[in-house]
Design a protein around this ligand. Structure first.
Ligand SMILES: [Zn+2]
Length: 145
């Protein structure tokens, strides 16, 4: 799993719709998408079916595997947030539904739930900051315990 967030679109509703639209847009060279988009209430959109590759991280793998390694090996969840990285909290609803989805994915794909299998984008790609310092990892992982 890789955790991402959006930042800085107009209204919360517009942002959710715009993110889904962007991820599902058919175009050559579509280079950003995530499997699941979660808004700040509890709405969830499966933008890319779990069995397909989403383009959510350009980083090389931990052992120097070629760029896009995490696209090939990780499912992606995008939490919608209006505030820039480092500002504005995620909602309890987002954490709750995110945890439910990860539990479901872990069930389907048989991966263990821990901080090795569930990482933030910034933890694998040095030029990215999401989900940012306000993402409450301890709380989130406690929901998955
Ligand atoms: Zn990201």
């Amino acid at each position: 799993m890789l955790i991402h967030c959006t930042a800085g679109a107009n209204t919360e509703e517009a942002q959710y719709e715009a993110t889904i639209g962007w991820f599902q847009r058919e175009r050559p060279g579509n280079e950003s998408s995530a499997h699941v988009v979660i808004d700040r209430q509890r709405n969830v959109n499966i933008s890319v079916p779990y069995g397909l590759i989403a383009y959510h991280a350009a980083a090389k793998g931990p052992n120097g595997e070629s760029g896009g390694y995490y696209n090939r090996t990780r499912l992606a969840i995008e939490f919608c947030k209006r505030a820039p990285i480092g500002e504005g909290q995620y909602t309890d609803e987002q954490y709750a539904v995110g945890a439910e989805i990860i539990a479901e994915m872990a069930d389907i794909y048989g991966f263990p739930i821990n901080r090795e299998t569930i990482k933030g984008h910034s933890e694998v790609q040095s030029d990215r900051l999401d989900p940012g310092p306000l993402f409450r990892w301890d709380y989130f992982m406690s929901l998955l315990a």
